[in-house]
Design a binder for this molecule. Structure first.
Ligand code: ATP
Ligand code: MG
Length: 222
């Protein structure tokens, strides 16, 4: 479902060039949830941003759902982000003037999720313990609650892949476990593939497989 082939990423800051990714190879299969670990600055967010079409690789290629990403075509990148990728960013990226419910329904395109006044969306929000917060605005939520909204938003609407940057970082152990079960369940149910950045060994242990990024390459668990 996600195929990363020899991806190199070099950041240029004036005269300074840093090669953050030095030839990353990784495949995430349908139905699979993979944990991506590595120390701060090792390039985890960079790799997620490349897969999600937010930035382009310096070299190498990425295929999502059998289709190679064309980083020169802004329209197809937009389509990729809109239709195929559910993204949970490190800072949640909720829309502050929309309620919890509208932050999620805003991302919904498919009919199945629009039916019965977004019943499916509401039940997913209930599953993560937010049924009492549907009409709340982000400023009225704790960080852990914001994170749960962002996760539901990334999982609705039959996206093909889930990319999550520390999705349980703001959550207590109990809620982290709950979120991981929901992620795994949805990924299996919808035949998605998930790549989850985490520093938490317990969260990683809940995934089907763990890979480590070190010195710009995937070092283990391939
Ligand atoms: N736009 C940029 N321009 C220049 N350097 C960058 C840019 N974005 C990231 N970097 C550098 O690339 C390296 C990898 O950053 P990245 O954010 O991918 O790390 P990370 O593994 O996600 O770290 P963390 O665990 O702290 O989130 C860092 O050294 C960072 O300073
Ligand atoms: Mg990061």
């Amino acid at each position: 479902m996600i195929n990363i082939n020899n991806v190199v990423k070099t950041y240029c800051d004036g005269m300074n060039k840093t090669e953050v990714l030095k030839g990353v190879n990784l495949t995430v299969f349908e139905g699979e949830t993979v944990a991506l670990m590595g120390r701060s600055g090792s390039g985890k967010s960079t790799l997620l941003n490349i897969i999600g079409g937010l930035i382009s690789p310096t070299k190498g290629s990425v295929s999502i759902d059998g289709e190679e990403t064309d980083y020169t075509d802004t329209n197809s990148l937009y389509k990729l982000r809109r239709e195929k990728v559910g993204y949970v960013l490190q800072d949640f990226a909720l829309i502050s003037r929309k309620t919890v419910l509208n932050n999620v329904t805003f991302a919904v395109r498919s009919k199945a999720y629009k039916e019965k006044g977004y019943a499916k969306v509401k039940s997913m929000l209930a599953d993560v313990g937010l049924i009492d917060k549907l009409e709340s605005y982000p400023f009225q939520l704790s960080n852990g609650e914001k994170q749960r909204v962002a996760i539901v938003r990334a999982l609705v609407d039959n996206k093909r892949i889930l990319l999550a940057d520390e999705p349980t970082g703001a959550l207590d152990a109990e809620n982290a476990e709950r979120i991981m079960s929901i992620i795994k369940e949805k990924v299996k149910e919808n035949n998605m593939a998930a790549l989850i950045v985490t520093h938490d060994k317990d969260v990683a242990a809940k995934c089907d497989r763990v890979v480590n990024i070190e010195y710009g390459m995937i070092r283990s668990g391939m």
